[in-house]
Ligand binder design. Structure first.
Ligand code: HOZ
Length: 427
């Protein structure tokens, strides 16, 4: 029995499914999850000592590569001064200032510990600000696992085919209206029927939890116009796309200013930091200034903030995003070419350092097209790549991530693995 097998058997005795987050369990692709012992740059190693080129990067945060020496040094220095105080630190001010500088739509920001917490708190704030209950989300988007957002959601829920979670009271779910991503007409109609009841529209401007799916500019512009017209809060969930598709996030690529933004992943550099922020007049409704309550013992944790700040410094180096985008495109174009060579129906897309691979002829433009992709083929490809030492997300419904440490040599090695893996599909 391999070390991974034996750890998995043991883990399942003390933890549901043997994992602390469902997609890690490999249930939709089958097989044994790899238990990771260490990581460096673009690689990690499992309990059997096998090395993988990693394309999940902790599901986004590892944008500068694993165990970057500057990040580790910052974390060690912060840890030596104490792990948590439950009182404010200067580091939190620096981080807030940095976020406001990099994302101009954010005038004030509150730090929290996870993307779920950030989205949940931001929605409560939007409801508090507007005095309305209804929130619009889009099918296949994932905004963490707060009750009201677990309706027709993406990520693990889509991976396991249960897009709406059990345990969510109908009384909560009734305040969430689910519309189709990239459908402007439906959005117009909804606002014209009930615009005065809508507190917020929350959207992943580049969706990453139903595989990668780009919003059209028209869709986001329509949303911006309707929210302004009807006094609803436009909320961009940039937990994945923030500091990932561009330094200023998807909002800088599309040139659209949301009222509020939800951030996570990259801003913690691998430790738990997330944030929500936006218009100062809205943020001032938050306790202790206003009546909307939100709090957290580990919010703005000094060690986590140190990891985040040193990551935010590295990503501002000249040409960081140009190089990241180039490497990611090179990977996607190479994979598409490898598939074409052996006649496998396949397409690929990327935005900055985030990518999607699809077992369909064309890059999907909506949720229905994502769902029509060949999931069995993805699963076979996933395992062939894993055998060849390349770790892709263990789900056809998650985006992939490239880091600054994915050099030409690493991409070439991945493409060699991809050629062999596509060939196996046709065998
Ligand atoms: N919800 C994350 C992917 N969209 C997975 C988090 C994890 O398993 O670490």
């Amino acid at each position: 029995m391999s070390q991974n097998d034996s750890l998995f058997a043991r883990a399942q005795r003390s933890t549901p499914g043997g994992v602390n987050s469902p997609v890690r369990a490999f249930r939709s692709v089958g097989g044994t999850p790899r238990f990771i012992t260490r990581a460096e740059g673009p690689y990690f190693w499992d309990a059997d000592g096998k090395r993988y080129i990693d394309y999940i990067g902790s599901w986004g945060p590892a944008i500068v590569g694993h165990a970057h020496p500057e990040v580790i040094k910052a974390v060690q220095a912060a840890a030596a001064n104490g792990l948590s105080f439950g009182a404010p630190t200067e580091g939190e001010i620096l981080m807030a200032e940095e976020i406001c500088k990099l994302v101009p739509s954010i005038e004030m920001v509150r730090l929290v510990s996870s993307g779920t917490e950030a989205a949940m708190s931001a929605l409560r704030l939007a409801r508090g600000v507007t005095g309305r209950d209804m929130v619009i989300k889009f099918e296949g988007c994932y905004h963490g696992h707060a009750d009201s957002m677990l309706v027709k959601a993406g990520s693990g829920l889509l991976t396991f085919g249960n897009p709406t979670s059990a345990g969510v009271p109908a009384d909560f779910a009734k305040h969430t209206m689910v519309l189709d991503y990239n459908d402007c007409a439906q959005l117009e109609e909804t606002f014209s029927n009930m615009g005065d009841r809508i507190a917020a529209v929350i959207v992943e401007p580049v969706a990453g939890n139903m595989n990668l799916l780009r919003a059209t500019s028209e869709f986001l512009q329509t949303m911006r116009r309707l929210c302004t017209q009807h006094g609803a809060v436009l909320m961009f969930d940039e937990v994945m796309s923030g500091f990932r598709v561009a330094l200023g996030g998807a909002q800088s690529l599309y040139g659209i200013q949301p009222d509020m933004t939800v951030l996570g992943k990259v801003i913690g550099g691998g430790l738990p930091v997330a944030a929500f922020g936006g218009r100062a007049d809205m943020m001032k409704h938050l306790a202790p200034l206003g009546p909307v309550y939100q709090a957290g013992t580990l919010s703005g944790n000094p060690v986590a903030v140190a990891a985040g700040m040193s990551t935010l410094k590295i990503i501002q180096q000249p040409s960081f995003y140009e190089k990241l985008g180039t490497q990611t495109r090179k990977l996607m174009e190479g994979m598409a070419m490898a598939a074409r060579e052996v006649g496998v129906a396949f397409s690929a897309d990327s935005v900055g350092g985030m990518f999607g691979i699809y077992f369909s002829e064309h890059v999907p433009e909506n949720y229905a097209q994502i769902m029509a992709g060949n999931k069995e083929r993805f699963n076979q490809f996933f395992h062939a790549m894993l055998d060849a030492g390349v770790y892709l997300a263990p789900s056809a419904f998650e985006a992939g991530f490239v880091s600054a440490m994915h050099s030409d040599a690493v991409i070439d090695e991945t493409l060699a693995a991809a050629r062999g893996s596509f060939a196996k599909l046709t065998a």
